[in-house]
Design a protein around this ligand. Structure first.
Ligand SMILES: O=C(O)CCC(=O)C(=O)O
Ligand SMILES: [Fe+2]
Length: 470
């Protein structure tokens, strides 16, 4: 590393963006600049001692929409143990200088170091690491000697599409004991820690960032919002064919409304008539349906049904959920003004005021999507999501989720913006319709469906998400 010739070689590799492999160092530029140093620490004894020090640390579970893993509670920046101290100074003195020399990035002295432990089903989904003045990310792997592709836990690198959004994994870097990987943090440095699939090995690593002069970032890409449509008029038969008549009883409706107004959520069990629900189950599992992969990976990964390929029964079900008559039922059980015949429950008249837009009456509308959830699927919370309206009603109908368990993931979690605390979770339940009224400050995600979901006979489940707006 100290040799001038080698440094010159890697300087050129960095600036010319050429692949270079010399000794134990490998520089690559696809899909963005990254490097791997094999056999980072020569002394095997050192490695064992370091690992022992790390095993004495206290680990806390980190768990949210983006990740599930264990992190050392102690900040490795201040931990005072001989081997950790030695590694820290190796990284933040010698190595930092060398990387500065090679890249020309004036890295500063900020130390930002922690220890992570990934075990079976742990993962860190697609992200770019961009934050303040982070310039180079690095990871030092302390996995067991024999870590194979089948064990999972690779560091996957994504390329980007025309909108600068992560497209596909184009390179997977397997963690190797005593390897030190680093990459440049920028607007396209999308990567993930693939789910760990081995049940008896731990992916132990020390990772952190080198900081430097902040770089200018492009404006974040904002997706265009989905279009909502007014209710449809469907014939009476379609409506009465589907709904459990219990939910049409005015007394029941007002009981539900009372509860909903208190909780902003309700679960309507046995929502569809049993025969209809069975038909729906059979139809949705047919093999000739066309499912489209939804991305990008920094926002979501699941399959959505192409309605052109949908059997009649499924189309019919959506007609029902988007029908004028169902809008009225929703109005009656939520107190929202989703139908002109709905009695407005707000004593202060706020709802009717909200409905006025420069004197023009707003038309209640909705959007539905039939989704398939399998191993590896998820949605993430995005700060940049643009919500055009203050309030929306989510309706979630789960299908084929028998045998599902919370530890598989796949539940929908609602959280308050800016806080990690969970407001409520909606769990997949057969033939239940879950209604959740959320405001602009409420964000939601579907928790990553981990490898355990493959224990289900159906290896996943389906749902129909409908969003209603007053
Ligand atoms: O452990 C790895 O391979 C990558 C970790 C990472 O991306 C992070 O901590 O931000
Ligand atoms: Fe990262």
């Amino acid at each position: 590393m100290k040799s001038c010739n080698i440094t010159k070689l890697f300087k050129e590799s960095y600036s010319d963006k050429t692949e270079t492999c010399k000794g134990c160092i490998n520089f690559s530029h696809q899909p963005f600049f990254h490097a791997v140093i094999n056999n980072f620490v020569q002394n095997v004894e050192f490695l064992q001692q370091l690992q022992e020090e790390l095993s004495e640390l206290t680990f806390t579970e980190k768990n949210n929409d983006l990740y599930k893993f264990y992190q050392s509670k102690e900040d490795l920046k201040v931990v005072d143990l001989p081997y950790i101290n030695a590694l820290r100074s190796l990284i933040y003195k010698d190595l930092k200088e060398w990387i500065t020399d090679i890249t020309g990035i004036e890295l500063v002295d900020t130390v930002d170091l922690s220890c992570a432990k990934y075990q079976y089903t742990d993962t860190l989904l697609c992200h770019d690491d961009e934050l303040d003045d982070r310039r180079i990310a690095f990871i030092y792997y302390l996995v067991p000697e024999k870590w194979t592709k089948e064990d999972g836990g690779a560091l996957d690198l994504f390329n980007v599409n025309e909108n600068g959004q992560p497209d596909a994994t184009v390179k997977s870097i397997l963690p190797v004991r005593n390897n030190f990987a680093f990459f440049e943090v920028n607007a396209v440095s999308y990567h993930q820690v693939a789910e760990v699939l081995t049940e008896d090995k731990t992916r132990l690593s020390i990772s952190g960032w080198f900081h430097g002069p902040p770089v200018e970032r492009p404006e974040p890409y904002v997706e265009s919002p989905v279009t909502l449509h007014p209710s449809r008029s469907v014939d009476e038969d379609t409506f009465y064919d589907w709904i459990n008549p219990a939910y049409l009883d005015p007394v029941t409706q007002s009981e539900i409304q009372e509860k909903f107004e208190d909780d902003s959520e309700i679960e309507l069990t046995d929502f569809l008539l049993p025969e209809k629900y069975e038909e729906l189950k059979t139809a949705i599992q047919e093999t000739n349906l066309e499912w489209k992969r939804k991305g990008p990976a920094n926002k979501r990964k699941y399959s959505a049904l192409d309605m052109n390929s949908a059997p009649e029964i499924l189309k019919n079900c959506l007609d029902f959920l988007q029908s004028d008559a169902f809008f009225l039922v929703l109005s009656n059980i939520t107190g929202l003004k989703l139908h002109e015949l709905a009695s407005c429950s707000d004593s202060d008249g706020e709802t009717s005021e909200n409905n006025q837009n420069n004197g023009e009456e707003k038309i209640p509308c909705c959007h539905s999507e039939v989704r398939k959830w399998n191993h590896g699927n998820y949605t993430l919370i995005r700060d940049t999501d643009c919500t055009t309206t203050e309030f929306e009603l989510d309706s979630l109908l789960h299908i084929c989720c028998e045998g599902w368990s919370e530890e598989y993931g796949g539940f929908t979690s609602y959280i308050a913006k800016g806080e990690d605390e969970e407001l409520l979770s909606v769990y997949p339940t057969e033939n239940s319709l879950s209604l959740v009224y959320r405001d602009k400050g409420t964000l939601k995600f579907v928790k990553y469906l981990n490898h355990k979901v493959t224990q289900m006979p159906t290896k996943g489940f389906y749902d129909i998400l409908s969003v209603y707006r007053e």
